[in-house]
Design a protein around this ligand. Sequence first.
Ligand SMILES: Cc1cc2nc3c(=O)[nH]c(=O)nc-3n(C[C@H](O)[C@H](O)[C@H](O)COP(=O)(O)OP(=O)(O)OC[C@H]3O[C@@H](n4cnc5c(N)ncnc54)[C@H](O)[C@@H]3O)c2cc1C
Ligand code: SF4
Length: 339
Amino acid sequence: MRLPKFQYKSPATIDEAIALVSEAKGDAVIIAGGTDLLPSMKQRRLTPKIVVNIKRAEDLAYIKDGENNVRIGALTRLSSIEESDIIRKKFPMLAKAAGEVGAPQHRNAGTIGGNLCLNTRCWYYNQSAFFRTCRPVCYKFGNEEDKCQLFPTREGKANVCYSVFSGDTAPSLIALKAEVKIKGPKGERKIPLAELYTGDGKRPLALGWGDILTEVIIPDPPAYSSGCYLKYRIREAIDFPLVGVAANIVLDSKDGICERASVVLGAVASRPVEVTDAEDILRSNKITDDLIEEVSEAAFKAAKPLSNLHECSAQYRKRLAKIFTKRAINSILSAISQS
Ligand SMILES: Cc1cc2nc3c(=O)[nH]c(=O)nc-3n(C[C@H](O)[C@H](O)[C@H](O)COP(=O)(O)OP(=O)(O)OC[C@H]3O[C@@H](n4cnc5c(N)ncnc54)[C@H](O)[C@@H]3O)c2cc1C
Ligand code: SF4
C-alpha cells in the first residue's frame, strides 16, 4: 500500500519544528518512529500535507537517572526502555509494558513519545479507505454534524466518538505518577501525564497545534513499593491490548500497611481510566483478600468498554479488568514481601 503524497521536513531545531506544525495548523503532523502514523497514512485515515520529523531537532533519546526522578526523552525507543537497567531496576512494570508493545520491529522504531501520543482505535476507523466506503463518514473522520457509525444513538448523545486509547505504556506511567514536558508555540509546560488525555475519542490528546511532548519524568519509587502491568491481546507476538491493567502500591514496610495505591486501566475507553476508589479502599489498611476483591470490583465498574475492538466482546474485556486487577495486586504484594 502506497503513502499519499506529502512534503517531508526535518528541521534542525525543536523551535523550528514547533513553528512548522503550528503555522500549518491541521495540515502538518509530527513523525517519531512512524509505526502508528505511517499505517494510518497508507490507509488514508490521515493525509497530512507536511510530515515533520523531529529526530534531527534535539537529542531527545535518553534515559537519565536523577537525584529523585528518572527522565526519559520523548524519542527514546521502546526497546531501549525495555532493556534499560535503570528502568528495569526502578520501574520493572514500565520495562514490561514497553516490552509488550507490538512486535520487536515496532519497539525498535517506536518511541515513548509516539506511544503516549497514539491515536485512538476503533473497529470502523482502523480500516482501509476501501472498507470505509461501505458506510457513511463517521464522526471521527468528518464534521461536527456527522455521527458515530457504531453507536449513533448511545446515551441519546450525538457527536461522540468512543474510539479506544490502546497505548501500552500510559497506564503504568500514570500509576507511577509520571509527568510530561510539552514544548509549544506558547513555551514549555509540565503536566501530569493523566492530563494529556481528554477522554474524547475524536481529539484524544490535550495538545494544541505545534505542541511537542519532549520528556517524561517519573518520580523515584519509595521503599516497599512495586508495580505490575498485565495485558490481554489475541496474538501475544504483536497485538494491541484489548485490556491493560497497571497497578502500583506503596506499603510502610514489608507485609505492612498500604500508604498509596493506584490502579489504571488501558484499552477500555478513549483515555486511560484511573480506578479512583482503589486508593480509598486500600490506603491505611493491611491489604487482605477481601480488600483486593473490593478493588477488583471497583475496576470492573470503572471499565466501560464498548464492542468497537473487533477481536473480543466488551463484557469479556470488562471481566478481564477485574481479574487482572486481582492478579496484579497479588503479584505486587508478593514482590514487596520478597524485596
Ligand atoms: C501491527 C502493529 C501493532 C502495534 N501494537 C501495539 C501495541 O501492542 N501496543 C501499543 O501501545 N502500540 C502498538 N502499536 C502502535 C505503535 O507501534 C506504538 O504505539 C509506537 O510506540 C508508536 O510510536 P512511534 O514513535 O512509532 O509513533 P509515530 O507513529 O511516529 O507517532 C504516533 C502519533 O504520535 C504523534 N507523536 C509522535 N511523537 C510525538 C511527540 N514527541 N510529541 C507529540 N506528538 C507526537 C504523531 O504525530 C502521531 O500522531 C502497533 C502498531 C502496529 C502497526
Ligand atoms: S467510535 Fe464511532 S465516531 Fe469513533 S471512530 Fe468508531 S465509529 Fe467513528
